[in-house]
Structure formats: C-alpha cells, structure tokens
Design a protein. Structure first.
Lengths: 334, 330, 379
C-alpha cells in the first residue's frame, strides 16, 4: 500500500481503521488498546492485526472474556489520565458491560459536577448481514444514542474510518464508535493529505433536490445505490451521512429538509423507539412547515434477525426497499 | 479478635487522632440520620455506624497519590480521606457547595483533588474502575495504588470475579478492601454464598487475601500498611477482608426484619469506638476528658457543617444541563 | 413522625417506650412505629425530659406530626416540619362527548404547500391536488401560480417551478408574442401634490390618501374613455372589457410580484380605492388573496416610486394589452411661462400591444391620464 504524495490511494475500510489505530498509538503514549483477542489473534475482524508486534503487550492488551471488568477498567484508566481505546468484539457483547457504560462512563462527569470526565473510546463491530443470527446481529447505535453523557459515532466512509478515531480521542467525553461488519472489506479512495475530521457534523454525500435520505453506517451505501437508481428515473435524492448519532447535527439535517421538503430515513435498527423515530420527531419539531409529505423510514423488520439468507435479507433495509420508499415519497397522482 | 487488654502500639497523639477520626464519622452519621427524618436529606441514606475503624484504619496507611473507590456507604471514607466536612454535608443537602456540586447526593461523593472517585451506587460497579485506575498507575510508571472498598454483597456480582482476576492477571496495584458486615441489605452472607469465605475466594484468583478484625482500628491500619507495602513493591493486588458490623439499618427506611435486636446489641458493645476508647484509657493513653473534648469538637464541627449547608445556595435552574459533557478539554 | 424514606407518607405509632417525665438521652429508642416495611425503632436525637405525648398508640399520622414534646421545647419547634400532604385522589375529569365529525372531508394540503400558497397569495381552495389521495403539494401550488400567468389551456406546469419560474414563463411569453410599443410622458405633479397635501392636512391619518390612489383612478378613468387599453387579447383578437379592473403590481417579500386587481377602479371614490389598496397590500403580504383578485385585472399599473428611478419600461401581463408605469416623483427643472423652475416631475410610461393600439392612440391615452392628474379634485 504505497502512499502517493498528495494523491489518493485505495485501501479497505479495515485497513483505514488499522492505520488510524497505528497513528493514535504512535502519536500519544497515553493511548493503549485493550479487548478480547486484539493482540495475538489480531482482532476478531483482523482490524488490529500486527499491532501487537509493533507496539508490544503493554499497549496492546488481550483481555479475558470479562466485558464488564475491562470496559470498567478502561473507564478507570481514563479517570487515571490515560487515553484507552477499548474494543468490545461486537455491540452484541456490549450488553455485558452496559452497567459500566451507562452507569459509569455516561454519568461520572455529571455526578461529580465535572471533576471526572471520562475520555475513553469504546469501539464495537455492529450490524447484520452475515447470517450470524439473532444474538450476533444487533444494531444498538440508536439505543446508546438515547443516553446523555455518551457520544455516539458511526464511520461509514473510508475517510471517516481513517479520521474519526483521532477526533474521538481528542474528545474529553466517552465516545462509542460503531464499525459495521459489512463495511470492513469495502475498498475506496483515501484522500490525502488527511485533514482533521470532527465528530460533530453530518455530511452530505450526494446533493439532490427531490428528497433527503438520512442514514449512517452500512445503510449509507444502500442509500447511495438507491439514489443512483432513482436518478435514472429523474428523481434526485440528497443523501446525508449522519456520522454522529449523539449529538445529532440538527442544523445540517434541517438545511437539507428545507431544500427538498421530503424525508426518507434509513436505519438498520428497529423502528420502534429507535433513531428513526428520534429523527422524525426532530424534523417535525424544527421543520414541520417545510414538509411536503409525511416523513418515511426504512428500518429492520421487527423481529430478531433470522439465520437463513433470504429471511435475513428480507428483514434488513435493502436497496430495493429504499428505492421503493423514495418513489412513494415523490409520487404524484394526476 | 484482638485481646482488649493488649496495650495498643500507638503514641498518645496517634491514639487521639484515630479516635477523633472515628468520632467525627460517628457524629456526622448520627446527625445525617436526624436530618433525614427532618426531610433535609432525601433519597437514600446509608450510614456507616459501626464500621468506622475500617475507613480510618485504611486511610491511615494510604498516600495522597493513591486513588480511592468506595460505595454508596462512603461518608466515613470521604471524611477519613480528608474531604472537608462542610462540603460533605452540603452534598447531603444537595447544595452547590457540595463535594459533587450537589449533583450526586449521599451516594455519589467525588473529590478528585483527594483522588476520591465516589460514591458508586451499583454494587460491584466500582471494582472495574479501581482496576483501571491501578492500570493507569502501572502504565504511567507511577507508584500510586488504587484502594477499592466494597461490601461482602459484591462478592456475588460477576464484576467481583472479573475484576480480581484481571487485577491479578495483569499484576495491578489494587488493594481490595471487603467490608464484611454480614448483611447485604437484608440478606445474610450464608443465604447467598455457597462458600462464605471471602478471603478464600479472593485467594483463588491468585492474590494474598487476609481476614482482619474490622472493629480494631489498629489491626486494620497494620494490615493495610503491610498490604500496601507489598503492592507498591510490585507484588500485585491484595485483598483484606475486614470483618465488621453495621450498627444501623441498611438505609433509613429499613425495619431490620432480617436480624435480631439482640445481635445488634452484642455488636454494639464490641463497636470500634467503645473498644478503642476502653483500650486506650486502660493503657493510660487517653483520659475521659480527652474523649469528651474530642466528642465536643466533633459535635461542633458537625454543627458548623450543618450551618454551612443550610446557608449554602442551590444550583440555579438554568445550570440544569451542565456537566453532562466535559466543559474543558482534558 | 420522622421521614424514613422518600415514599413514606405516614406511620402508625405502635408503642411508646417513654412516658411523661422520662429522661431521654440522644440515641435512645423512644417509640416503635409501624410502616409498610415493618416496625421501626424511633430514636431521639436530643437529650431532654418528656413533657407530653401527643399521639396515642394505634394512631396513624402523617410524617411531620408532632409525636411528643420535651420540656422547655417551644411548640413552634416541634411543628417546624412541613406536614406531609396526603394526596387527595384526583378526580378524573370526564371529557364532553366529541362533536360529531363534520360530514365533508377536510382538504389535505402539505405544510410546505400551505406555507408557499400563503406567501404567493394563492387561495388553496382553488388548487387541484396531485399528491397521494389528492393531497395538495408544493408542485401543485407552483403550477397554479404559473397557470395564472399563462392561458388557461396551457398544460399545467410539470416539475417544481418556483414563483420566479412562473414569472419568467409569463414574461417570456409576453415578450415573444406581444408586439410592445413604448411611449413616455413627463408631467408636472405639482397640482396633484398640492391637492393631496391639502386633502390630507385636514384629515386624520386613517383617512389620508397616498399618491398611488390618484394614479390608479386617473389610469382607470383614462382607460374607460379610450378604447384599446382595458381588455384581453385572445384567439379571437381583442376583447374590450367594459369594466375597468386595474391590476396593481405589489412586490412580495422574498421576491416576485403579484398584481391583484382593484375592481371597477374608474367608478370608486378615492377613499374607497385607498382602503382597498391598503387591504390588498396587507393581504398579499400575509397570503390571503381571493381568487377573484388574481387574473382579473384588465390592465395593470406598476410603479417604482420608492426606488428613485426616472421611468420604467414595463412588460405587459398577458392576456392584457397595456401596462402603465409610474416612475419616481423627482425634482427637475421645468419650463413654466418661459422661465425655468423646479417642479416635482413624474414620468408616465405606456407599454401597449401594437396589435390593438398604435402610438397615436397611446399618446392620447397617456394625455388623458395626465389631464386627470392635473385636476385631482375631479377624480
């Protein structure tokens, strides 16, 4: 992977994450990484491959299967002045550390009136699509986005996979970073030289005038593909990558709604009480008079994710469902 | 248990200091009980009466650079660590001059200037934090330790086992202090643990774990000194099981249906204040006048703290949404 | 009765451990109280001698009730606790039965369409909705506006043209199809200005007239006298309109113009025209036009009176055949009785459809407007 000075180069999402980790570990001696199988195994999804050899056992720490203890230890280490990156193998296992995340990471700053900020970054793989069935296919980003005190980010593009970690480490607050398993092999152009990114803003990935698609993570690419199909039928969709799910970038979202007047939210979480519900409500609160049609959403079907491919595909948001929903949104009867 | 006739191995000054420390806690807790019945303190109030020797004895042997994690029954630990009584009482009231700005209340006392990290209300929830604080000491090449207080009820939580294992595996400088007061709220240890030997459980994770007479402040102090010395020497984590007793109920609204009043009375006679005072008087280290003086001083300090809390201000409503996120870069 | 928990509202005294005259030390158990959680010992937090017991065993009292008094205790102290308020059961109000739903189905219009219609001064009742189930959408509002500027037979504008696009379409068509000719006439506005000043001086503010009112009526009367300037040009040629409805171009906030009409302007007294003009402007700005006011002007006047422009060369609004422009009233040198004086000068311009009138007729038309403005008292 040779870097061409001032040019772009092609890397995978996985490699971008790894480069980000490498840069973080090199740049700041306070940074260290811990999680299950991040060291000798090279990471469940091979994100951390070769980092142990490069940075040693002190800074790349394999942990026992004790999510609560090692996530809590990450929080404690952050209190103690370090900059831990805790890797929970997948968001499915994060439930075992929910007490530490919600009752400690999210609350310590507030309970102590600002004495105890918790600058920990917790990375988790998320999402479905590999026939891993109900207990290994959750998307809990929206759930965690419910909790004040946490910051929730979802890098979708190669640039974000490369650049969001540095921004997360700069934040004095606990940041949960969700990396969709479907994106790991995705290849794309990394634009160099790198510019510092933030974790405060959404980004418009495709400009359009007929409807706004709001999405994040792997669903973003389903929206882009749907937008390409729709363009062929003369419907120009604007695709917004939320990037940060807590806080949500209301400003950019509403700007887009004011431009297009029609909204389609695509979220791999379940619809009930999920992120799509929150986005819809905010749009009603802030841009009601801009709406030319009811807000639409495409979410995962309200079932635990099933194992067989045809059922899993039917349950998850798909390009076809997105196109179909977009068409209904802009439909005219004459 | 320590023989009450044994001459305490302390100077008069040290004895006065230890006794005074325990008296301050006792007076503070009793006053909180009264204030609670008068609706000045709200929420949950967990009082430390009977366990004073543990907090005072352990804090004796810790250094300023050590980090402390405690539970929701932490007033004694906070006072013994040097958190000002005014700030502590104001926190009880919820005033902005409280140790946690009034935001935490009785169960969430924080004072980072004294490396006092709460005040944690989830049983067992503080143990991983202590492991992390110790990890930071080790990776930062510093010589502080993390002292983690918890009750024997936490032994049932998975986090106890996960944390002890992790601390031992990574040889982290954690001192785990289990305050075994025999009851987790209303459940006696024998009703929840197939094996009630807390020290044995800890030892099975690969660390030295010793029982200590939690009613004897000197025994606690000595055991802590020894453990801390070993930990600072790189020996990995240790556990002290301080056997003690809670003279008041679990919290204010507790009819104590689960234990005999006679049992409480028995332990009251063996309480840390009574036994230490008796021993010191018998050894000629202190007099009754000394005791009265210390009691009066503690009383005065408590009243001053109440007055401070009463006249302190409430946080203004427009500050409601502060502190959810850090207001400064770290 | 002490509070022992956030959800404790009252307790029942079970047993006294003290009596009148008992000497009590701090920490002594003085009573037993029964609560939801069981019987709890109540301790005294003070030393003292009991003067009286206030509550008998077996009685349930709210938190804060005085149970006993010590000697020397001022009564006020014991009553310092705020009495717990027993929650009275809240009466659940019965809702009056909902009024029977109205028989006709409500029109459905999207919030954005409603807002756009208001800003354009379009009556939503006149709009045909093409959204799902007949919902009126933005596109429908914009189509209506564009159609108002075009012939009725023109196909409804597809797509999402804004007001500027509607104007663009209309003006483009006008320039393409209508052979415009232009005339200009400068007049001394002194007579009109003086008359207005005098008229307004003796009247309270709500009854005063703006110069625009004179321009409207003068134009209307001239159009009533001279054929060829008030009416519509269609497939069958020019159709003269008996009634003179003067369209007044009013600028919209946010860009664009509408030109609603003052109906029968040649016949209305000046104060009436003034009120109608004010009302029109207000309703245009707040978006409450009547459909009868849009598309019914038989000729239009337009003015840039505030902008300091000498004269303007306007474009005819099809299917009308004439439009009169009024420039700003500006101080200019003017020949009076062989001398040069400074007078308030107003430039009238006429753009007219050469298929209907020619320059000679146009000049006469403008002259009539001037004549009327020279004798405002007769307007």
């Amino acid at each position: 992977m040779s870097a061409v000075a001032g040019g772009d180069r092609r890397i995978t999402y996985r490699e971008a994450l790894r480069e980000a980790l490498r840069e973080a570990l090199s740049a700041d001696p306070r940074v260290f990484l811990m999680g299950e199988d991040v060291g000798r195994y090279g990471g469940c999804y091979a994100v951390t491959k070769s980092l142990l050899a490069e940075f040693g056992e002190e800074r790349i720490r394999d942990t026992p299967l004790s999510e609560s203890a090692f996530v809590g230890a990450g929080i404690g280490a952050a209190l103690g002045g370090l900059r831990p990156i805790v890797e929970i193998m997948t968001c499915n296992f994060s439930l075992l550390a929910l007490d530490q995340i919600v009752n400690n990471a999210a609350t310590l700053c507030h309970m102590s009136a600002g004495q105890c900020p918790v600058p920990v970054v917790i990375r988790m793989a998320t999402g479905a699509g590999r026939q891993l069935a109900a207990q290994h296919s959750h998307s809990f980003e929206g759930w965690y986005a419910h909790i004040p005190g946490l910051r929730i980010v979802a890098p979708a593009t190669i640039d974000d996979a490369r650049g969001m970690l540095a921004a997360a480490l700069r934040s004095p607050d606990p940041v949960l970073m969700f990396e969709h398993i479907g994106l790991l092999n995705m290849e794309g152009e990394l634009i160099e030289p790198l510019v510092p990114l933030d974790i405060d803003h959404a980004a418009i990935r495709r400009a359009g005038r007929d409807l706004t698609m709001l999405s994040y993570g792997a669903s973003l690419f389903k929206c882009l593909e749907a937008a390409a199909t729709l363009a062929g039928a003369g419907v120009e969709a604007e695709v917004v990558d939320l990037r940060t799910l807590r806080p949500l970038d209301d400003t950019r979202i509403m700007e887009s709604v004011r431009r297009t007047h029609r909204v389609l939210i695509v979220d791999e979480g379940w619809r009930s009480g999920g992120l799509s519900a929150e986005l819809g409500m905010r749009i009603v609160e802030q841009a009601f008079y801009e709406l030319d049609a009811p807000i639409a959403r495409v979410c995962t079907a309200e079932i635990p994710i099933p194992y067989p491919k045809h059922l899993e595909d039917a349950a998850l948001p798909s390009v076809e469902r997105v196109v179909s929903a977009a068409r209904a949104l802009v439909a005219h009867e004459s | 248990m320590t023989d009450a006739a044994e001459t305490p191995d302390v100077t008069r000054e040290q004895a006065l200091q230890l006794l005074g420390g325990m008296l301050r806690i006792r007076q503070f807790e009793d006053r909180c009980a009264q204030l609670y019945t008068e609706l000045k303190i709200r929420g949950f109030l967990h009082l430390y009466n009977g366990e004073e020797a543990v907090a005072v004895g352990v804090m004796q042997a810790l250094a300023p650079q050590d980090a402390i994690v405690a539970t929701y029954r932490e007033h004694g630990h906070a006072l013994a660590r040097g958190v000002p009584m005014n700030a502590l009482m104001a926190e009880m009231f919820g005033k902005r001059t409280g140790a946690s700005g009034g935001r935490g209340g009785s169960m969430h006392v924080f004072d980072t200037a004294r490396r006092f990290f709460g005040g944690n209300a989830i049983v067992g929830g503080g143990l991983p934090l202590a492991v992390g604080l110790a990890l930071a000491e080790k990776l930062g090449r510093r010589n502080g330790i993390a002292a983690c207080f918890f009750g024997e009820g936490a032994v049932a939580e998975g986090e106890f086992h996960e944390s002890l294992n992790l601390a031992a595996l990574w040889r982290l400088p954690v001192l785990f202090i289990c305050e075994n007061n025999l009851y987790a709220m209303g459940t006696a240890l024998a009703r929840s643990e197939a094996n009630t030997d807390v020290s044995a459980k800890a030892a099975s994770y690969g660390m030295t774990a010793l029982p200590v007479d939690g009613m004897d402040v000197l025994a606690v102090a000595a055991a802590t000194r020894a453990a801390v010395g070993a930990i600072r020497g790189g020996g990995g984590p240790r556990l002290l099981e301080c056997r003690t007793y809670r003279l008041r109920a679990h919290s204010m609204f507790d009819a104590q249906l689960y234990r005999d009043k006679a049992e409480v009375e028995e332990w009251r006679k063996r309480g840390p204040l009574i036994t230490f005072t008796t021993r010191c008087k018998a050894a000629g280290l202190i007099t009754e006048e000394d005791f009265q003086r210390l009691e009066k001083a503690a009383d005065g300090e408590v009243e001053a703290a109440v007055a401070f809390a009463e006249r302190s201000e409430w946080e203004p409503l427009d500050a409601l949404e502060r502190f959810v996120y850090a207001e400064h870069a770290t | 009765m002490p509070s022992l928990g956030a959800d404790m509202e009252a307790g029942t005294l079970v047993e006294w451990r003290i009596d009148k005259g008992s000497r009590v030390k701090r920490g002594d158990v003085v009573a037993l109280v029964d609560t939801e959680k069981g019987v709890i010992d109540i301790e005294s937090f003070e030393d003292g001698v009991v003067e009286s017991l206030s509550v008998k065993p077996g009685v349930r009292v709210p938190v804060g009730t005085t149970l006993a008094l010590f000697e020397g205790e001022p009564v006020a102290h014991a009553a310092a606790l705020p009495p717990a308020r027993a929650g009275a059961p809240v009466a659940i109000p019965t809702m009056p039965p909902a009024a029977a739903p109205s028989v006709e189905r409500a029109r459905r219009i999207s919030p954005a369409a409603r807002a756009r219609a208001a800003s354009l001064g379009v009556d939503v009742a006149a709009i045909h909705g093409t959204g799902p189930q007949g919902v009126v959408t933005l596109a429908d509002v914009e189509a209506t506006v564009a159609a108002a500027g075009a012939k009725p037979a023109a196909p409804a504008a597809a797509g999402r043209a804004g007001i500027r696009n509607a104007i663009a379409a209309s003006m483009g068509r006008s320039k393409r199809e209508i052979p415009h000719y232009y005339l200009q006439l400068a007049l001394d506005f002194q007579a009109a200005a003086s008359w207005l000043e005098e008229f307004n001086r003796v009247r309270p503010v709500p009854e005063r007239l703006l110069p625009a009112v004179l321009l409207i009526k003068a134009t209307a009367r001239a159009a009533a006298e001279k054929d060829g300037f008030s009416g519509f040009y269609g497939a069958g040629g020019f159709a003269r309109s008996q009634a003179v409805h003067v369209g007044v171009a009013i600028a919209l906030r946010g860009g664009g113009l509408v030109a609603p009409a003052i109906l029968d302007a040649d016949r209305k007294p000046l104060p009436t025209i003034m009120h109608e003009l004010q009302d029109l402007v207000a309703r245009v700005r707040s978006g409450h036009m009547r459909s009868s006011e849009i598309g019914t002007a038989t000729l239009t006047i337009t003015s840039l009176g505030d902008e300091g422009v000498d004269l303007l060369l306007p474009i005819i609004y099809p299917p009308q055949v004439a439009i009169v422009g009024f420039g700003s009233v500006l101080e200019r040198p003017w020949a009076v009785d062989g001398r040069v004086e400074v007078r308030p000068v107003l430039n009238l311009t006429l753009a007219a459809d050469h298929r209907v009138t020619d320059g000679r007729l146009g000049a006469q038309f403008l002259a009539r407007i001037r004549d009327w403005l020279m004798k405002p008292a007769e307007l």
